[in-house]
Design a protein around this ligand. Structure first.
Ligand SMILES: [Zn+2]
Length: 344
């Protein structure tokens, strides 16, 4: 099969299109003929490599993908060849205490397709039966692949981890990214007012179209934490959704109202930041981490996509052969929403 692989970690010219053997499925796995995949910042991190990441090479990235089942394992009863399906990239043992209480992203042996195992930037990928759901006929492969990882991640962050209430005001930082564009829509669906922070006027306009009540261009308004204070009648916001990390951390904490929750799923600008502990206890703030989602959160998030409550924003589409251009676009940070890859 044709696949986008890298044989060593490093910059984007390490990516190449190669012919390699199709994966061989086990009893409870399906083989998906991939139609569309989508990139995440994770793909850059995995390609660049890190001492913490030990994976066999060559590797195939891609943690978002949708396609058609081309083979089913002998013990599979819920799916048949030809089904249109989308995958949840989170792999869990289904057997530990956390898995048994439907907290699969806390599994002791949690892994990701596209990170620890071969992902969907290939003509075929093998996926456990428990990681796929059928796509309704009215939803395209583009939409399903673009929505999966960001929707399940943002859904867990906002609904489960931050425990959003209908009166909560939410700030989404990095709102023009894959997670951000979905987080704005989920926050609007469950909460009260949604504030968004982004970098260009073009992104400001698009975020208002997505439902954000106020969008701040942080390049123009450097003291955006003070601006938020004004916009909320000096109360602050109840929830901050962040994946940017270090450069926004102090201001993000300052933006929170009493009892506020900062929920983070990433740190694209760096992992070390200062926390004012006095602010933390006096205002009774919570700092909450979040990674991927449980199996039921995946299904709930995708039902919002299938009901068109979440509509993923697609920035651009590249054929698999132009995988380097797609990675370059993601690295540039100029994209709005998801970069998708046409496989078949
Ligand atoms: Zn487990």
């Amino acid at each position: 099969m044709k696949a986008a692989i890298f044989r060593t970690h490093g910059p984007l010219d390490n990516l190449e299109i190669a012919e390699i053997d199709k994966p061989v499925i086990r009893d409870r796995e399906i083989l998906m003929k991939v139609k569309v995949a989508a990139l995440n910042r994770l793909d850059l991190w995995v390609r660049n490599g890190s001492p913490a990441l030990k994976i066999p090479l060559p590797h195939i990235g891609g943690s978002d993908f949708a396609g058609i089942i081309s083979e089913v394992g002998s013990k599979i009863t819920q799916f048949v060849v030809g089904d249109r399906v989308v995958a949840n990239a989170g792999l869990s043992c289904k057997n530990c205490d956390n898995c048994l209480r439907d907290e699969q992203s806390l599994c002791q042996s949690f892994k990701l397709l596209g990170e620890h195992e071969w992902g969907g930037l290939a003509q075929f990928v093998k996926v456990p039966e428990s990681n796929i759901i059928k796509i309704p006929d009215h939803i395209s492969f583009d939409t399903a692949a673009a929505a999966a990882l960001t929707s399940l991640t943002a859904y867990r962050m906002i609904k489960t981890q931050a425990r959003i209430r209908s009166t909560d005001n939410v700030l989404v930082i990095g709102a023009g990214g894959g997670i951000g564009t979905v987080a704005v829509q989920i926050a609007k669906c469950f909460g009260n007012k949604v504030f968004a922070l982004t970098s260009t006027d073009e992104k400001v306009k698009k975020l208002i179209d997505l439902g954000a009540d106020h969008v701040i261009n942080y390049r123009e308004i450097r003291d955006w934490d003070k601006e938020l204070w004004k916009l909320t009648d000096n109360n602050g916001v109840d929830i901050v959704v962040d994946s940017v990390g270090e450069v926004v951390w102090k201001k993000a904490l300052k933006s929170l109202a009493k009892g506020g929750r900062l929920v983070t799923c990433g740190a694209t600008t760096g992992i070390k930041a200062e926390t004012n502990i006095a602010l933390l206890f006096w205002k009774q703030l919570s700092i909450i981490g979040s990674t991927m989602a449980s199996d039921s959160e995946f299904r709930e998030a995708m039902s919002l996509v299938f009901d068109k409550i979440i509509v993923p924003v697609i920035d651009s589409k590249y054929p698999l052969e132009q995988i380097q251009d797609a990675h370059r676009r993601l690295e540039s940070g100029q994209h709005m929403g998801k970069i998708i890859i046409q496989i078949d």
